[in-house]
Design a protein around this ligand. Structure first.
Ligand SMILES: [Zn+2]
Ligand SMILES: [Zn+2]
Length: 542
């Protein structure tokens, strides 16, 4: 069908034309142009020429980006217009106010000789965007046709002609951007689908934000590979090679951003730990701000170590470490990528206590003892050098030998004589600084041994005793040493997460001010935070 021209059309020369949109106020207006095929639609978003894409690829239409106040200007080259294009709409949208707030709004078209066409725009109430007029190819020449539909906003207007506009442009702020590719082939997702800036499939010079499930409208310039350029904002920084460090402006921005981010990160760390949606969201924010993750981790390091000290103190407080507690600690260390001697030490002590906890609970090794005659179905868990201590009125008598712990009994084999304590006769096991003491049903049935690793030996003996007596460590059952989490939190907070004696912040322990053995309660009032050193000193003097 041949396009037709209605009565309100003026023939224009097929030449380079200047289109001036003018109004009598200081308000601003953005002028744009939409190039349409005979179907009345754009071929792609590239057929919309506007401030973010001020020049049509064919060079037929350019938006002047630096117009005088009260004006907006486009240049339209009809000879350069592709054959497919039969209409060029001259459109505009109010930047801060609706069109009705721009008095004297008019469009004039000039060629080299002067004015060739003019149209006044009568803005409808509520219209923020309008087609002011259009160039139309008909009857083998170009015409300027006055007027056109008015819209609530630019997004609305462009959508009418088949150009998709981002949601952020739907409100009146006209800082819009177009889905460059939304009606061509859909953009493929990036290879790594976590939210990040990825190379923009439609523009090699840009990065586009992928939100984890779809491409968004946000693009940023791709940082140049030039080592003199800031890797974050791309600005050139003179001749000095600064490696990957951001420019001073970016560094200040990053620091500012991280101070708020750190507070948030600590809250997430304390409440949900270093995994899950909240944690992921934190790191998405870092990528979104184009902050080097190492910089963010460095910012988090101090608080992270303090957090790990707290975790360790809480976990160690009841003298046992569950597998979940250890995993959580390790996951936190890994997620934060903390490399720190203090943290390594905490980790070692947690691990050690975890091993002791498992032994005490009856998860015992079985070892071969070829030189020992065993009872049927007897299995040996420990065979270690030990010194038996016998105390009497005349003092202590020490005899060296072997301590062997099995599922049936505890044996001590000395050079002259030995003893056997069947589990039925044993009552409890305790570790001291130098050895272990086994209490028995009769006062004389017990025994005391010095060993190299009292805690380890005591844990194995206790485990064997538990298994033999079918005493399991009931889950959820607290012994008197265990401190309820809210009491731990209260004491930690009250003492400021540091040793009340010396102020140290490393390897902290919950200490019973009046010991449990002397009837001290497991209450906030009777608990305090001590560092390991101060706690040992206290033990020596009590
Ligand atoms: Zn920068
Ligand atoms: Zn201390």
């Amino acid at each position: 069908m041949r396009p037709t021209v209605d009565g309100d059309a003026t023939p224009v020369p097929t030449s380079l034309l200047s289109v001036l949109v003018s109004w009598r106020s200081t308000a601003s207006l953005d002028a744009h142009a939409v190039l349409l095929t005979a179907g009345g639609r754009v071929r792609s978003a590239r057929d919309v020429v506007y401030f973010n894409a001020p020049r049509h690829p064919s060079q037929a239409v350019t938006v002047d980006q630096d117009p005088h106040p009260g004006t907006a200007r486009l240049s339209v080259s009809l000879p350069r217009t592709e054959a497919e294009i039969v209409r060029i709409l001259i459109t505009g949208s109010g930047a801060d106010e609706p069109l009705a707030a721009l008095p004297g709004l008019a469009v004039s078209v000039e060629d080299a000789e002067g004015l060739v066409a003019r149209a006044d725009v009568a803005a409808e109430p509520g219209a923020w965007a309008a087609v002011f007029g259009e160039f139309r190819r008909a009857e083998d020449r170009w015409w300027f046709v006055r007027g056109g539909p008015q819209h609530a906003g630019a997004a609305d207007l462009f959508t009418t002609f088949g150009a998709a506009v981002s949601e952020s442009a739907q409100h009146r702020s006209q800082r819009l951007s177009l889905h460059r590719n939304s009606f061509a082939t859909p953009m493929p997702p990036p290879p790594d689908e976590r939210p990040d800036w990825h190379p923009d499939p439609t523009d090699a010079a840009s990065l586009r934000w992928w939100d984890g499930s779809r491409w968004t409208e946000q693009t940023v310039a791709r940082p140049p590979s030039d080592p003199r350029a800031c890797p974050r904002c791309g600005r050139r920084r003179g001749w000095r090679l600064l490696g990957a460090a951001p420019c001073r402006a970016c560094a200040a921005e990053v620091e500012d951003y991280l101070s708020g981010w750190r507070t948030r990160a600590l809250r997430v760390l304390t409440t949900t730990g270093p995994s899950g949606p909240d944690w992921d969201e934190l790191w998405t924010r870092i990528r979104r701000q184009r902050i080097d993750p190492d910089t963010a981790r460095a910012a988090l390091r101090g608080p992270a170590v303090a957090h790990l000290e707290r975790m360790a103190a809480f976990a160690l407080a009841d003298g046992t470490i569950g597998g979940a507690e250890l995993e959580r600690f390790d996951a936190t260390v890994a997620a934060l990528e903390v490399r720190d001697a203090a943290v390594d030490e905490l980790r070692r002590s947690l691990r050690r206590l975890r091993i002791l906890s498992r032994l005490r609970a009856g998860e015992l090794p079985v070892i071969a003892v070829p030189d020992l005659h065993l009872d049927p179905q007897e299995r040996v868990h420990l065979d270690t050098a030990a010194t038996r201590i016998r105390r009497s009125g005349r003092g202590a008598q020490a005899s060296p030998g072997r301590l062997i712990c099995s599922n049936r009994k505890l044996r001590f084999i000395g050079p002259d004589a030995g003893i056997e304590i069947p589990w039925a006769r044993a009552v409890s096991v305790a570790a001291s600084e130098t050895g272990v003491t086994v209490a028995a049903t009769s006062a004389r049935g017990g025994a005391e041994f010095d060993v190299d690793e009292p805690e380890l030996v005591a844990a194995i003996v206790e485990g064997a005793l538990r298994v033999a007596k079918r005493l399991t460590v009931a889950p959820g059952r607290r012994d008197s040493r265990s401190i309820a989490p809210d009491i731990k939190a209260e004491v930690w907070h009250r003492d400021g997460g540091r040793c009340v004696e010396c102020g140290a912040t490393h390897y902290l322990e919950f200490d019973h001010i009046i010991p449990l053995s002397r009837g001290g309660a497991t209450s906030a009032a009777n608990l305090q935070i001590l560092c390991r050193g101060c706690n040992r000193d206290k033990g020596d003097h009590i």
